[in-house]
Design a protein around this ligand. Structure first.
Ligand code: GLU
Length: 361
């Protein structure tokens, strides 16, 4: 019996894995992913799939009656394409004796803690019942500034929300390269440790690093790994890649971002990922900074605040800056900005950001 590394994983399948040469759905690729997820699931590994491919699937079958802009195309193609995609997944999983279900989400669903918990609860129920969650962004309503950067960002949020031990990002390359992929000297960086400096690989002359979203993938992968989740970037077009990656006896070529040991509470994880929704800024003095960094379980008190920027309400997410203007973390404000301004520098007040709702980078 194969021994697998993890008990719960999130797997992101990119459009470039699922698309065939004509941009249509590559059923061979899709079947291979489904077969592998099924054998993992049947061996007791819980898998949450984050799958792209809605827009690509719809583009191939819908012929718009007039010229559409990019936003309209995304809405129209994804409405049809998501139905095609989930149908294919559903029938392929059934052939493997399993049931899958669909979870469509938007960036806003991660902003509201209630929606966040509702999503988590739904997917937890699915896993408990042996149903494979297939997550995608709801591209029909999530347009322009409301969108995730891409499904890499979404998969990081899902992995963190669902307490996955590992996130596997499947793309059509073997991993992150240490130079130009066409250069014979170039090879896949096999392991990246927390805090490791990657600047040498991102030099402008090696600009292919940025192609295919490798730069965003790296940024997301590092952030997720720092939270204590192992992250792998691997080639989803290769047969048995997923099962191979999880098989303790195999060494598969891919880039592994080793997890840091920053274990966070569920609420802190949510706050860490809510940074993009921050409504304001809190600037603090040296005394406050050292209290936050040196003492365990230290809250941010109004006495240590030097200025407040932006307009926020109690419960909103705010960014926190040190005296030199560097952002050191995020937190949930216990006062609105108007009250916070009145209390700047005052002693004996209740925390502006309580320790339980404070996430330092
Ligand atoms: N949600 C998009 C789709 O299903 C894909 C976004 C991405 O691949 O990053 O077509």
């Amino acid at each position: 019996m194969t021994s697998y590394r993890y008990k719960r994983i999130a797997v992101k399948v990119g459009s470039n894995v699922l698309a065939g040469p004509e941009g249509d759905l590559d059923l061979k690729s899709l079947s291979s992913i489904v077969r592998q997820v099924s054998s993992l699931q049947q061996a007791g590994v819980e898998v949450i799939l984050v799958s792209s491919g809605a827009v690509a699937s719809g583009r191939n079958v819908v012929k718009p009656t007039r010229k559409l802009d990019a936003v309209d195309q995304r809405q129209l193609f994804s409405a049809v394409g998501q139905a095609i995609l989930i149908n294919e997944y559903y029938s392929l999983f059934r052939k493997n004796g399993l049931t899958c279900g669909q979870v469509l989400t938007t960036k806003e669903n991660f902003q509201s803690r209630r929606h966040y918990l509702n999503q988590k609860n739904c997917m937890t129920l699915m896993l408990e019942n042996g149903i494979i969650p297939i997550v995608n962004e709801n591209d029909t309503i999530s347009v322009t500034e409301l969108m995730f950067t891409d499904n890499d960002e979404l998969s990081g949020l899902i992995a963190s929300m669902m307490d996955a031990e590992a996130l596997i990002i499947l793309s059509n390359v073997d991993g992150i390269y240490n130079g130009h992929p066409d250069d014979p000297e170039t090879s896949v960086i096999r392991t990246i440790h927390p805090g490791e400096d990657l600047k040498q690989y991102i030099a402008p002359e090696k600009s292919t690093f940025g192609r295919g979203g490798m730069l965003t993938k790296t940024t997301i992968a590092r952030k997720v790994a720092e939270e204590g989740i192992e992250v792998y970037i691997a080639n989803g077009k290769k047969p048995a890649i997923l099962t191979g990656l999880l098989d303790c006896s195999k060494d598969i070529v891919c880039t592994h971002f080793v997890a840091g040991n920053k274990a966070s509470s569920a609420i802190k994880k949510w706050i860490a990922h809510s940074e993009g929704f921050a409504k304001g800024e809190i600037h603090i003095n040296e005394g406050c900074l050292s209290a936050l960094l040196d003492k365990d379980a230290s809250s941010l008190l109004p006495v240590g605040v030097t200025s407040i920027e932006g307009i926020f309400e109690k419960g909103d997410i705010v960014k926190i800056f040190d005296p030199s203007g560097h952002q050191i973390g995020v937190g949930k404000a216990q006062y609105g900005s108007a009250s916070a301004i009145d209390l700047i520098g005052k002693k004996g007040q209740k925390p502006l950001v309580h320790y339980d709702y404070l996430y330092l980078d």
